[in-house]
Design a protein around this ligand. Structure first.
Ligand SMILES: [Zn+2]
Length: 188
């Protein structure tokens, strides 16, 4: 995969004329996304320059006018428009996120999604969700629905994707989906 260079070597020189920048999107709400520093800030300390910063890798050409934006094919996933599960997979063994599509792989590359700290955090989340899932199942078997109830909120937050690192937590709940469904029915 071609590494997306920083702005001066990418979209600014994409096409024949120098790119004027996405000036018409600067104040567009749909174009603004919250981000943590780790994903956004440019960092050249490693082997590869990482961080979103002002990079907009695309497949084909960058749009240089508002009319062209509909045909532009961004390679970074938009969390509001794209379903990450269609492009990314979590590996519980390594804690890594794996791209299953070109866009998934590019997003991992640019945001450095397997950077130090994230893999460990994801593994911890996976393990704690797995343990609490087991506890909930055990409690359900004993008829201790007060304990089940205490775990359910946490588990459902991962299942629904609301919890932080839910991509790592969700598969740990998924393994006991049938039991969770059963317990939910029991709880009414
Ligand atoms: Zn981030």
């Amino acid at each position: 995969m071609q590494w997306p260079e920083f702005s001066t070597k990418s979209w600014r020189t994409c096409g024949k004329r120098p790119h004027s920048g996405y000036y018409w999107l600067a104040y567009s709400w749909e174009n603004l996304l919250p981000s943590c520093i780790g994903c956004n800030r440019p960092d050249s300390s490693g082997a590869q320059r990482v961080g979103k910063w002002n990079r907009f890798p695309v497949s084909g050409k960058h749009a240089s006018r508002p009319a062209e934006i509909a045909d532009e094919q961004p390679l970074l996933l938009n969390p509001l428009r794209d379903d990450p599960a269609q492009h990314l997979e979590f590996d519980p063994e390594s804690g890594r996120i794996i791209g299953t599509t070109e866009r998934g792989r590019m997003t991992i590359l640019v945001l450095n999604l397997n950077r130090e700290g994230l893999k460990e955090k994801r593994r911890d989340i996976y393990e704690s969700v797995r343990l609490r899932s087991q506890e909930a199942i055990g409690a359900g078997d004993r008829g201790d629905f007060k304990t089940v109830d205490r775990h359910l909120e946490f588990l459902l937050q991962h299942k629904s994707g609301q919890a932080e690192y839910a991509m790592a937590g969700r598969p740990a709940v998924g393994r006991s989906k049938e039991t969770i469904r059963y317990m939910l029915q029991r709880l009414g």
